[in-house]
Design a protein around this ligand. Structure first.
Ligand code: A3P
Length: 567
């Protein structure tokens, strides 16, 4: 029921052939059923014969499964407003209702590979609203090629299944004119690519164009012969499941594929072509400050945004200013959500967008996710003695009136054993886990080359920030050079370095940064000494080649790992 310049609509004979072939295929594939897409706008827009073909299919509506395309077969990514997508979908739904087409299959396919991946979130929302879509499929995730790496994912509760390619396209409608000759098509069916696609994928989804069911009916030819060949040469039992069941089965087989891994849509030409022009790829950070918490990350953040070319994200009210995209469920909101935190840079080359989320450092997921979306980004971490970090966190919790931190001494917290209460163990974990520096850095180095990672000595940042900021500027390659020696001043009242404002005034961090609390007591200190004495060498740290003192600091973390885990 769709017409395009290169295709013809189905006439009655072709419609009958479709029904007959479906019956034929059912002998080889249990429950085989064609799933027909409809774009209602093209109903009855062909020749008399083709319009009769439309009527024949609609007269056999119960013989098939049906899924909505777009009303006018437009690419969804061209609609920026969800409301205009909704409007289009409602037209198609009205068409379906008027013609007795079932509207509850839960499956939809977007025309021209658009909107599903890269995700056009407006499409997902409109699909949910109008059709309650639960499943779709695409050939584009993570990329069209190599086909064997295609995967599925779930976004906004819509299960996206990988769709395979069968070698039939809008233009391949005549047997003799098949690219390379009919032998190429037959080769693919008889032991070639198409055969292997079915053999190697427990679940295969194919979609071919209407034109492949008219003309020389290559769609029918291909699948009948493929089913025959598979049945003759393998012991595979083929069967068809309705979309919802199929998707559930898919993620039962591949549960690890549920979580998506977003990439930059502009890194793949095909993706860029189906990425809304209104969503530039420039609103992504060039570097991340990953933490860990309590090492001076807020001070670094303040100093960074003093630089005229360094621009941070806008604050997130939900996540305490930080975006916290890569480490948490915010990731599942998609990259539109993330990019909305960043302004479009006025100069893509010289402007440096960045964000600081101090929980990224010890997150299992963050390095992999960040490397997938912003593989060229530079990564900055700050380290201090891990026991000082743990103690600072403990004090942080005390000042937030955490009853566990108020009840127990620091020593009791970090030495709590197996039988301790869940709350005490949770606090212990928050004190110690981010301090397993070597483990976390090694994970970041699995995904980012060492030259993209800068480790800052947090003690030096605290005592002599101008030197550190020079190093940071050099590492980032940012211009113009900003003179932090002049821009920062030591505020004796605060006891820390602060931004120097006009008339000698200062802008320091708030009360929650640089708190006043008693030094670690002798018990806590004994743990610190123990850590130092157990200091190991960490492979990751030796690769980094930044400030040598850091190597020693990072080395100390190995003992923290041993110490933390043996409690
Ligand atoms: P304390 O409050 O325990 O002293 P983060 O911002 O990563 O949470 O780190 C907070 C820590 O930054 C503070 O911990 C403080 O020691 C340290 N810091 C380093 N330079 C600072 C500065 N110029 N102003 C305030 N705190 C700073």
């Amino acid at each position: 029921m769709r017409k395009s310049l290169h295709s013809t609509l189905l006439n009655t004979r072709a419609g009958k052939a479709l029904l007959d072939t479906q019956n034929l295929l059912r002998a080889q594939i249990t429950n085989f059923t064609f799933n027909l897409g409809f774009s209602g706008k093209f109903y009855h827009t062909g020749t008399i014969e083709e319009d009769e073909g439309d009527d024949l299919l609609l007269g056999s509506v119960d013989e098939f499964w049906w899924f909505p395309h777009m009303w006018s077969h437009m690419q969804p990514h061209l609609f920026h407003n969800e409301s205009s997508l909704v409007e289009q979908m409602i037209l198609n739904k009205k068409f379906a209702l008027e013609h007795g087409i079932p509207t509850d299959m839960g499956y939809a396919v977007a025309p021209h590979h658009s909107g599903v991946y890269p995700v056009h979130v407006q499409l997902y929302d409109a699909w949910k609203k109008v059709w309650n879509i639960k499943i779709t499929s695409t050939e584009e995730y993570p990329h069209l090629k190599p086909a064997r790496y295609r995967r599925g994912f779930i976004h906004k509760n819509i299960m996206v299944l990988p769709r395979q390619t069968c070698g039939l396209f809008t233009h391949t409608i005549f047997y003799k004119e098949y690219p390379g000759g009919p032998k190429e098509l037959n080769k693919s069916i008889q032991g070639g690519e198409l055969f292997f696609t079915v053999v190697l994928n427990p679940i295969s989804i194919f979609m071919t164009h209407l034109s492949n069911y008219g003309n020389d009916r290559l769609g029918l030819y291909t699948f009948v012969n493929l089913a025959n060949f598979v049945q003759s040469w393998t012991h595979l039992k083929l069967q068809t499941l309705p979309p919802v069941q199929l998707a559930l089965k898919y993620f039962e087989l591949f549960p690890e594929q549920k979580d998506p891994l977003w990439q930059n849509p502009c890194d793949d030409k095909r993706h860029r072509d189906i990425w809304s022009k209104e969503k530039t790829c420039d609103r992504l950070p060039k570097f991340l400050v990953i933490g860990p918490q309590k090492t001076g990350t807020t001070a670094l953040y303040l100093f960074l945004i003093m630089h005229p070319s360094i621009i941070s994200n806008s604050p997130s009210p939900k996540t305490f200013e930080e975006v916290q995209f890569f480490n948490r469920n915010n990731y599942h909101r998609g990259i539109d959500w993330y990019m909305d935190f960043f302004p479009a840079p006025s100069n893509v080359t010289t402007d440096f967008l960045f964000e600081k989320s101090a929980n990224y450092f010890h997150s299992e997921e963050a390095p992999k996710r960040a490397a997938s979306l912003i593989p060229k980004a530079k990564i900055i971490t700050i380290l201090i003695d891990p026991s000082d970090r743990a103690y600072s966190w403990y004090q942080h919790q005390r000042s937030h009136k955490d009853p566990v931190a108020l009840k127990f001494t620091f020593y009791q917290v970090i030495t709590a054993g197996y039988h301790a209460s869940a709350e005490l163990k949770a606090l212990q974990k928050k004190c110690l886990v981010p301090g397993w520096y070597a483990t976390h850095i090694e994970r970041w180095l699995t995904y980012f080359p060492p030259y993209q990672l800068l480790i800052i000595d947090g003690q030096q940042l605290r005592n002599d920030p101008a030197i550190v900021m020079d190093e940071v500027q050099k590492f980032l390659g940012v211009t113009p050079h900003y003179n932090y020696s002049e821009a920062l001043t030591f505020d004796s009242h605060k006891g820390f370095w602060c931004q120097l404002l006009e008339e000698g005034k200062t802008k320091c961090l708030g009360k929650s940064k640089g708190r006043k609390y008693p030094p670690m007591d002798s018990e806590g200190f004994s743990v610190k000494l123990l850590q130092r004495s157990q200091c190991g060498t960490v492979k990751a740290s030796t690769q980094i080649g930044t400030t040598p003192s850091i190597v020693a600091e990072t080395g100390a973390t190995k003992s923290e790992i041993a110490l933390g885990k043996s409690f």
